[in-house]
Design a binder for this molecule. Structure first.
Ligand code: IYR
Length: 221
């Protein structure tokens, strides 16, 4: 067992007004983020995506095992394969599997089985959760809180991509097992979601939806 090692925390405390201003500025910034379904094919520098992925990798995780893997797809042939496989699953979902109630819930978003963004966007980031890790001595150990950890890292990634001046779409064709086959990932890794990333199309529009107000999402005791 390795021994705990500690170092001083690097932390900046802000005066109260500056803290409030920072909280408000970030709130206003994040409130403008929208999930986008119409992408431009305008290229995005790879370094920007790399920086965003490093940010995602700073997320907290169970036992700091960092149980995630990101596959960044820009190859048009691979994007095409993903689109074909995803649209097959989506067709099954919209035409057969989805209960009426689910389709009703999706109606305000205007989604259907056609997913052209999977080829239009410059990057598809496939996010996988890893059920096991290899220790430095080669032993295979179980990862903890994989869903929570990967969910948090994905949140960081969405915020980083938006902060860089790009847009994204959290896309979850179901089931997503085809991603292991197409992207050559081991069966121990489970696809978490596909983050479609790039610039919005010039004529991109978004559904008119609202977010719940604070008093509906939080209780102070
Ligand atoms: N995966 C489908 C359906 C879908 C499901 C939910 I829940 C959404 O919030 C949006 C879409 C699709 O991508 O169309």
């Amino acid at each position: 067992m390795s021994v705990a090692k500690f170092q001083p925390l690097s932390f900046t405390e802000y005066p109260p007004e500056e803290m409030s201003r920072r909280a408000t500025d970030f709130r206003a910034h994040m409130q403008r983020r929208r999930t986008v379904r119409h992408f431009s094919d305008k290229p995005v520098p790879r370094e920007v995506i790399e920086e965003c992925l490093v940010t995602a990798g700073t997320a907290p995780s169970g036992a700091n095992f960092q149980p995630w893997h990101f596959v960044v797809v820009s190859d048009p042939k691979v994007k095409h394969e993903i689109r074909v496989a995803a649209e097959e699953e989506e067709k099954e979902f919209y035409q057969r599997k989805a209960p009426k109630e689910w389709l009703e819930a999706l109606a305000p978003l205007g989604t259907d089985e056609h997913k052209p963004f999977l080829e239009d966007a410059p990057y598809l980031i496939a996010i996988f959760g890893k059920n096991h890790s290899a220790l430095p001595d080669g032993r295979k150990v179980k990862n903890y809180y994989v869903h929570e950890s990967v969910g948090i890292a994905t949140g960081f990634l969405i915020a980083a991509i938006y902060n860089a001046g790009l847009v994204s779409l959290t896309h979850t064709p179901s089931p997503m097992g085809f991603l292991n086959t197409i992207l050559n990932r081991p069966s121990d890794e489970k696809p978490f979601l596909l983050l479609v990333t790039g610039f919005p199309a010039k004529d991109a529009d978004v559904p008119t939806i609202t977010k719940k107000p604070l008093n509906e999402i939080a209780t102070f005791i």
